[in-house]
Write a protein that binds this ligand. Structure first.
Ligand code: BDR
Ligand code: CA
Length: 313
């Protein structure tokens, strides 16, 4: 019997973060979630750590939630209430969590866990700005070679930007942190907008979630209804992109995704293109590949997996 893969989910929930977390917690045979580390992003840290605890409680599982950095490494925080609502998790009212925050800082939890576990045992799954991960790497360079892999949501090449014309939100909020992670040498799998904009919800799927008749199904349907309004108005698309669940789906069924192993650099200087992921998709430079940059997803397979797993909670 193979052991489940140990992961830490670094997150700024966010309705799509919430679905990703529930997907991971519904898959204990494959994934052992060592902890959730909250970061400032979609909304300030006070809300992301609160939302993370609400999501864990909704799942009925027990996982520690740590609060991490409340601002990017060197910049002012940019938030996205215009997408996720005032709480970051608008769409359904969940009870205040009884689960307390785990003691200690999220960055210390990341460092201590990687130091304790054997090399190659822990995979990091960032679903928000990369501040906590970069801060851990900066403070404890010894942990960097011990990370098995980082599978993250962030960036874009063909889709370019969603928060500015040139940049995707997670990378834009903390480009200096992203630069540290992309230059770290840890094997990276990147879920950019190029793929997540293909992972669009459909009306039928949302109704299927509602039809599960569970608290999880109800929450997922309500969250999707909420942020779908924003996305369909902005993109004119059929549904809403479930960005962050692509990270967890990749861990569960990598065959659903395809991409290219290429070089990706982060723009940290230009005012106009700050936070852009300069992806050498066409391999026009000699720069060494540092990331598996995903471009495609089997959408039906992705939503089949979500339905199958979320119906277990
Ligand atoms: C990313 O930004 C956030 O709004 C989402 O949760 C996702 O992680 C998409 O650009
Ligand atoms: Ca997120």
């Amino acid at each position: 019997m193979t052991h489940p893969r140990k992961i830490i989910i670094d997150t700024d929930p966010g309705q799509d973060d919430a679905v990703a977390i529930l997907l991971a917690l519904s898959s204990p045979d494959e994934l052992e979630v060592l902890g959730l580390t909250a970061v400032a992003g979609n909304v300030p840290l006070a809300l992301t750590q609160h939302n993370a605890r609400q999501i864990v409680e909704l799942s009925g599982r027990i996982v520690p939630v740590y609060a991490g950095c409340d601002a990017p490494l060197t910049r002012e925080l940019v938030t996205a209430e215009h997408v996720h609502g005032k709480t970051g998790l608008d769409g359904i009212a969940l009870p205040d969590p009884a689960l307390p925050l785990a003691p200690g800082h999220a960055v210390d939890f990341i460092i201590d866990t990687l130091r304790r576990e054997p090399s190659g045992a822990v995979t990091l799954c960032p679903l928000g700005p990369l501040t906590n991960i970069a801060e851990a790497f900066r403070r404890a360079p010894d942990i960097v070679p011990k990370v098995a892999e980082i599978v993250l949501m962030g960036g874009a090449y063909f889709e370019v930007g969603n928060i500015t014309p040139a940049a995707e939100f997670n990378i834009y909020v903390d480009p200096e942190a992203a630069e540290i992670v992309f230059k770290s040498g840890v094997p990276l799998v990147v879920m950019p907008l190029d793929v997540t904009h293909k992972a669009l919800t459909s009306r039928a799927w949302v109704e299927e979630m509602r039809g599960l008749g569970t608290r999880t199904g109800q929450a997922v349907a309500s969250w999707t209804d909420f942020f779908e309004r924003f996305d369909t108005a902005k993109y004119g698309s059929e549904g809403a992109p479930l960005h962050d669940p692509c990270v967890i789906a990749y861990l569960l069924e990598p065959g659903l995704f395809s991409g290219r192993h290429i070089n990706v650099e982060i723009e940290t200087k230009s005012e106009l293109t700050l936070g852009m992921t300069v992806a050498d998709w066409w391999r026009v430079t000699e720069r060494a590949p540092n990331a598996l940059f995903i471009g495609n997803v089997d959408r039906d397979g992705f939503y089949r997996l979500l339905t199958d797993r979320l119906s277990r909670l």
